[in-house]
Design a protein around this ligand. Structure first.
Ligand code: GLA
Length: 725
């Protein structure tokens, strides 16, 4: 959100109003730490420093993660703001990184997110705009008021960052929230209101496949602060719903368009089918950990022709083991057979220095469990990866994110697990015996983002420990290293490279392949040097969350220029998937992305050759989420051995067309509608814009059908994802 910046009007943290209209505050007094006394209006903060709201606090010299800092805004609120449709006042603070509690003249008026001390677990809401409606009785009209904001920063940047705070009159959406709760066959529009008001609700239902209206109704809705109003309705599956509430008192509208979960991926055949990557890279002498990704009815038997010496295949579960000492390309034919038939695949085992020849696929604990992760939860997801059939699509990494670390190291300095992870080596063995791989998380700093022990000063020792545990993937997260960085005067690219180079050396000394995942949010254009520290992937942005705003920014805006940097062995990482149940802590919720947005998210990540790390508990996966993650044709684009990342070739009228060249000479094309309304697109016209002409049919990857040229309606925030042969 862009806000006017009225720096000239601001002196020493006191703001003045520009007119009888809204008041803007572009800076405030700041102090690191935490003290409830700081909420009081009379507290003397004159010794506090002044920070602006245009930039986060780390860009203003404050090094503060995993902790609290307070802002105090001094503001004269003119009585001209007293009368709107209601007598309430709005504090519109913009987004705050990561969580806040806001006090007006000593009284708590709003809270967003859960800070790091919350027993339910840290839940960051750094991108959520804070709009707090307050009672006029709390305001010192025409005099000085103090807005005190207690901020918790869990990782990376912290505090205000998006511009001036605004004090003004609230609008309808500040009083009335309209949320839609969905089940697979019905939905409920739930209203809650801070004021008495009324309006009309219009509900239009359309078929997602034909885009024809199937029903249209209007009714009067009366809202009051005393009760929630719920209006339920059954819809068939495969429907799109438009809900519009028009309020007669405010003269404003609230609208939502959403689809019911609709499944496009055809059911896999019961006969064997190979769905995995066509190559696998392993270094000479390193253990081969690979599970053949065949779907189909079990029992199934597996066979291989042409396996190099030293590699063995378990015929019952398709798990490869052993190692190869000689570098070289080994062509192998794998065959899977069940009662209904058999299928074979030509595959290449590439023994050489480059690993991660296709982007990593697997699971990571962070987006679901946050710091509440435990060995039990990890094993539940790992078991489900096999039992629910996701391993038959190539998902193989089981990555434990932050919060496995003990509070202190052992006497000899080695890193220990906390009580939630009683035996990491046993967990590693258990995963390997299933052909799955173990991933772990740490930081080059003294502390991780979650405040756990990092590797600083123990790099060699930790790499050796991880090898003993059987770690196959390391996510190495900058976080606590910012202290080292800030303490030195060197802010060159080399100072960003240094900690990652150091760990690289120790990782390469281990007798196993460890996928090296850099996590430093894209600083110093990491994509330009990540391969030089032997990184297999690097995060390109800050953390993702399960909102369209986040997916749109991270995926559709920030990845556009990064295609030259991806290729076999090293990938851009726009962060983990936010489909299924997420929550970053004990409490999970269904992804807030609509079904159409989820199709777009997965389509784009497949085009981008991104890491495909599932962020929901696999044992709780529903059919819709399975359909998103286990479409073999969609995943084949992500895993294509050419490793070309898609480019955004067209951007017009709110549409983006991304295309990616494939190893079989085909092109994968995603036509994305970033608008708020469904819109028809002429397929041939779209292809012509990217230089593809003279084709009669293309493959619809989600539906796995050949479709003719013609006009196709694309849902709001939705996609048509095709392959041109
Ligand atoms: C950072 C990373 C996240 C996650 C947390 C763990 O925020 O970007 O992906 O690893 O740290 O604390």
């Amino acid at each position: 959100m862009k806000r006017p910046f009225l720096a000239l009007l601001l002196l020493a943290g006191i703001s003045f109003s520009l007119s009888a209209q809204d008041v803007y505050v572009a800076e405030g007094r700041f102090c690191a730490g935490d003290d409830t006394a700081w909420a009081a209006p009379g507290f003397d903060d004159s010794a506090w420093q002044i920070l602006g709201f245009e930039k986060d606090w780390s860009l203003q010299g404050i090094d503060l993660t995993n902790g609290f800092g307070w802002y105090r805004l001094h503001v004269v609120i003119p009585s001209s703001l007293k009368k709107g449709v209601t007598d309430k006042l709005l504090l519109d603070l913009g987004p705050i990184d990561d969580t806040d509690e806001t006090f007006l003249n000593g009284v708590l008026v709003g809270k967003t997110g859960r800070d790091g001390t919350d027993p339910a677990g840290f839940y960051e809401m750094w991108e959520e705009p804070r709009r707090y409606v307050v009672d006029p009785g709390l305001v010192n009209w025409d005099g000085e008021n103090v807005i005190a904001v207690r901020v918790y920063n869990g990782a990376g940047e912290g505090g205000f960052y998006a511009g001036a705070a605004r004090i003004g009159k609230p609008v309808l959406s500040d009083f009335v929230t309209m949320t839609v709760k969905r089940t697979p066959n019905s939905f409920e529009t739930v209203f809650s209101s801070l004021t008495k008001t009324q309006g009309t609700l219009e509900v239009v239902v359309e078929d997602v496949f034909t885009n024809k209206e199937t029903s249209h109704e209007t009714r009067t809705v009366k809202l009051s602060p005393k009760k929630e109003t719920r209006l339920g309705r059954a819809t068939g599956q495969n429907t799109r719903v438009r809900v519009k509430y028009s309020d007669s008192r405010f003269g404003e509208e609230l609208a939502e368009i959403f689809s019911m979960p609709y499944i496009l991926t055809p059911k896999a055949p019961a006969t064997p089918r190979y769905n995995g990557p066509l190559v696998f890279g392993v270094r000479p002498g390193s253990p081969v950990i690979f599970r053949l990704a065949f779907s189909g009815e079990r029992p199934m038997v597996f066979d291989a022709e042409g396996l190099p010496e030293g590699v063995v295949l378990n015929p019952e579960d398709g798990v490869l083991g052993g190692s190869v000492s000689e570098a070289g390309d080994y062509p192998v034919v794998f065959t899977a057979t069940n009662a209904l038939g058999s299928a074979s695949v030509e595959f290449t085992l590439k023994v050489g220095e480059t690993i991660a020849l296709t982007p990593p696929m697997g699971w990571n604990s962070w987006n679901c469990w946050g710091t509440s992760v435990s060995q039990e939860k990890v094993m539940a997801s790992a078991a489900a990866l096999v039992n629910r059939g996701l391993a038959d699509y190539g998902y193989s990494y089981i990555n434990i994110d932050d919060a496995w670390e003990a509070d202190e190291r052992a006497a000899d300095g080695s890193i220990l697990t906390n009580s939630k992870f009683p035996d990491m080596k046993a967990l590693g063995d258990w995963l390997h015996s299933r052909g799955l791989r173990l991933g772990i998380y740490s930081s080059p700093g003294d502390l991780t983002c979650g405040g756990y022990l990092g590797t600083l000063g123990h790099e060699a020792q930790d790499a050796a420990t991880w090898n003993e545990w059987g770690v196959d993937y390391l996510k190495y997260d900058w976080c606590g290293y910012s202290k080292v960085y800030n303490a030195q005067n060197d802010h060159s690219t080399a100072s960003y490279v240094r900690p990652y180079l150091k760990m690289q050396e120790y990782l390469r000394q281990q007798p196993r392949d460890i996928f090296y995942s850099l996590c430093q949010y894209g600083m110093a254009e990491v994509w330009t040097w990540g391969h030089a520290v032997d990184a297999n992937s690097w995060r390109t942005t800050g953390d993702i969350s399960d909102t369209w705003e986040s997916v749109r920014t991270i995926g559709f805006a920030l990845q556009k220029e990064l295609y030259p940097y991806a290729g076999p062995g090293h990938w851009n990482d726009p962060d983990m998937l936010v489909v299924g149940k997420v929550g970053w802590g004990e409490r999970l919720h269904d992804s807030r992305l609509t079904p159409d947005e989820q199709y777009s998210h997965i389509s784009l990540w497949s085009l981008l050759a991104s890491n495909m790390l599932i962020g929901c508990p696999i044992d709780q996966i529903d059919d819709f989420t399975f359909n998103l993650l286990c479409n073999n044709e969609v995943n084949a684009v992500n895993q294509d051995i050419l490793g070309r990342q898609a480019r955004c070739l067209v951007e017009e009228d709110g549409f983006q067309i991304w295309a990616r060249e494939l190893s079989d000479g085909g092109t994968a094309v995603g036509i994305f509608n970033l608008n708020e309304d469904a819109a028809p697109v002429d397929l041939a016209g779209c292809l012509a814009k990217i230089g593809i002409e003279g084709v009669d049919t293309v493959r619809d990857l989600w539906r796995q059908q050949d479709i003719p040229m013609g006009t196709y309606v694309i849902a709001p925030h939705g996609v048509r994802y095709v392959k041109v042969r």
